[in-house]
Write a protein that binds this ligand. Structure first.
Ligand SMILES: [Zn+2]
Length: 134
């Protein structure tokens, strides 16, 4: 992972950058903008299965589902293929990663722009799974 890449991510997803667009860009395009930034930050992959996906096939996934109190902030959004998105459903990330440790492993690797707490949770869930298996 190059540092130049990381720098670009931070710039494009800063809340201020999004706020600047909010005034004149219609709502539909905003979502597209968020999706594009999220998609790029996740390396054009589904963060759960790690497969490359096309922009139109990718879906925006809320790591902590909206129904469980998650929000629309960029730190809670990842790109996922529709299969993984459906598999995850409205599970909390911890439950999902304990059940599917491969998803947690890929999540740690590819979901670079999410909140640190979410990554920490993923790491805990994956190691918990292996502790139980042993
Ligand atoms: Zn997937």
């Amino acid at each position: 992972m190059s540092h130049r890449n990381v720098y670009r991510i931070t710039l494009a997803r800063s809340p201020r950058g999004l706020a600047r667009h909010r005034r004149r860009v219609p709502a539909q395009f905003q979502k597209r903008h968020v999706k594009r930034a999220t998609f790029r930050d996740c390396g054009r992959r589904c963060v759960y299965c790690g497969a490359f996906v096309g922009f139109d096939d990718a879906t925006l996934d809320h790591v902590v589902p909206l129904s469980r109190g998650g929000d629309h902030s960029p730190g809670n959004l990842v790109a996922a293929c529709s299969a993984c998105n459906q598999l995850k459903g409205s599970q909390l990330p911890l439950d999902f990663f304990i059940r599917h440790p491969w998803a947690g492993a890929n999540f740690m690797r590819y979901a670079r722009a999410v909140h640190r707490g979410l990554k920490r949770g993923a790491r805990r869930a994956v190691s918990l799974h292996f502790a139980q298996a042993a």
